[in-house]
Write a protein that binds this ligand. Structure first.
Ligand SMILES: Cc1ncc(COP(=O)(O)O)c(C=O)c1O
Length: 490
């Protein structure tokens, strides 16, 4: 049996002035509808003629879009039965995220291929030291290819030593290489920490707004996230104590709050450490962006604070070098070190030794610190350029937030839908609402990451995005000028 779905449920707007071809835009919209199950397996699509006349495009354009999706294994042409969504979707096409939230990996930054303009969570692809990295990696492959044994489950000793030295200089953390466990990034480190703590069935504080991936990871681990609000001084620790005084852990981004970019104020850090000590709870410090603070050097890590014996520090090279490097680390506080090492040894595998070896050279030869300096300068320039451009286009409420610029939208506005539509046009802003977990209504908005802003085309890209926002708001019967303070639609 096949499912008939009214075609009208799939919204299909085309940007005739944008760089993406009409064929790609139509194919992109249909793919998104299939991924979101708006068009479920077996659903019949309209004929080329009907859709072409509905969209005001040539029949050949719709046909080419359908053929593209047939080649990709998403549609099949069933003769007189029309074109239909295949019964079994290819493995890479994700339906929904954890807990039926309706979110897709690509609603965050998890999409392969080159970064989109404004895409969150990825470094500048044009500033990655590709030639240098390729050379170091080639040498590392040669050096490791003769090693046929298992590599140390905690990570290569040379890399653990290099990370410990870097942390002493850059993050103020005094630790021995024995406390460093090399991971494949934040999520891997978080998984190891959650299993080592063994907090199943217990509560964990998370920041609200905060990184949705952390929330999903807790839910999947059977831990109950408790949303604790964030203000201009970071996590409101007093509120956490009221909401869940006996939570087993708290997960925070003190060095640069995700997504607001604020620092956790010293009095709040002390209060959090005191709470953990009193309650014998754990603090997970997600230090993902502290080294890319644009307003000067960020304060030392929380794991460097006095009394921080219950802080598990998690770092990643995904933001500072590239996600494809696939390396991060955690620093085990002494009381939990044995458990963390056990979990890393028995339940996970370390990253590829060649990549670890290349990173050792990158750190030891001074490339990393130089790269960080360049990135801070570049991101500062790109953020400034984006803010100036938006101001020049009459957007008054754009606000810097870490390595992004936040464009607020009226509360209740469907920012996820807008972000998905933007992706079909080659723009990758992230919707803000999924970052809210609390009972309060999520704020709607778009986060425009600065890393991949194209300086020469930024005005054109902003105009395109603002045009889409205008169109979506008009459809919603609201006035964009009133909603986000723009004086005049661009
Ligand atoms: C808050 C936060 N933590 C950590 C990470 C890094 O995650 P990973 O190392 O798993 O790529 C990100 C990525 O964007 C993030 O936004």
């Amino acid at each position: 049996m096949t499912t008939q779905v009214p075609w009208q449920t799939c919204e299909l707007t085309l940007d005739r002035a944008g760089p993406a071809t009409l064929v790609d835009q139509i194919a992109g919209h249909i793919e998104a509808a299939i991924a979101q199950r708006v068009l479920p397996p077996g659903a019949r699509l309209p004929s080329w003629r009907d859709l072409a006349s509905q969209l005001g495009v040539a029949r050949g354009t719709v046909r080419a879009a359908y053929e593209k999706l047939i080649d990709r294994g998403l549609l099949h042409a069933a003769g007189s039965a029309g074109t239909r969504v295949v019964a079994r979707l290819p493995a890479g096409l994700h339906a929904v995220a954890a807990d039926g939230a309706g979110l897709l990996p690509e609603d965050y930054h998890f999409r392969s291929g080159s970064a989109l303009v404004f895409q969150m969570g990825v470094p500048a692809h044009d500033a990655f030291p590709a030639t240098l990295w390729a050379r170091l990696h080639r040498q590392a492959v040669q050096a490791t290819s003769l090693q046929s044994a298992y590599s140390d489950p905690r990570g290569l000793p040379e890399l653990r030593a290099a990370i410990a030295s870097h942390l002493a200089i850059a993050r103020g953390i005094t630790c021995s290489p024995e406390q460093v466990i090399v991971t494949s990034g934040y999520r891997d480190g978080l998984g190891i920490a959650l299993r080592a703590i063994g907090a199943g069935g217990k509560q964990a504080w998370i920041e609200d707004p905060g990184y949705p991936v952390t929330r999903f990871a807790l839910e999947l681990s059977g831990i109950h996230p408790v949303a604790v609000p964030v203000d201009d001084a970071g996590l409101v620790v007093e509120r956490g104590c009221e909401l869940a005084p006996h939570a087993a852990l708290a997960i925070v981004t003190p060095g640069q709050q995700a997504p607001r970019g604020v620092l956790l104020a010293p009095h709040r850090r002390q209060a959090l450490i005191a709470w953990a000590a009193r309650n014998r709870s754990w603090i997970i410090e997600d230090d993902y962006l502290a080294e890319l603070h644009l307003a000067g050097r960020s304060p030392d890590a929380m794991a460097a604070d006095e009394g921080a014996e219950r802080v598990i520090h998690i770092g990643t090279f995904s933001k500072t070098i590239a996600p494809m490097v696939g390396i991060g680390f955690l620093v085990a506080p002494l009381p939990l070190a044995r458990r963390l090492i056990d979990v890393a040894t028995w339940l996970t595998a370390p990253p590829n030794p060649a990549a670890q070896c290349a990173l050792v050279s990158f750190l030891r030869e001074g490339h990393y610190l130089r790269h960080l300096r360049r990135m801070r300068r570049l991101y500062g320039q790109r953020r400034e350029r984006l803010l100036q451009t938006l101001a020049g286009l009459g957007v008054e409420q754009a606000a810097p937030a870490a390595l992004s610029v936040l464009l607020p939208l009226p509360d209740g506005f469907d920012d996820q839908h807008l972000a998905r539509a933007a992706r079909a046009h080659g723009l990758g802003p992230a919707p803000l609402s999924p970052w809210f977990a609390g009972a309060s209504q999520p704020r709607s908005g778009l986060m425009l990451a600065v890393a991949n802003v194209r300086e020469r085309q930024v005005e054109q890209d902003c105009r395109r995005l603002l045009g889409m926002i205008d169109g979506a708001l008009r459809q919603d019967g609201r006035l964009y000028e009133v909603a986000v303070g723009r004086q005049k639609p661009g």
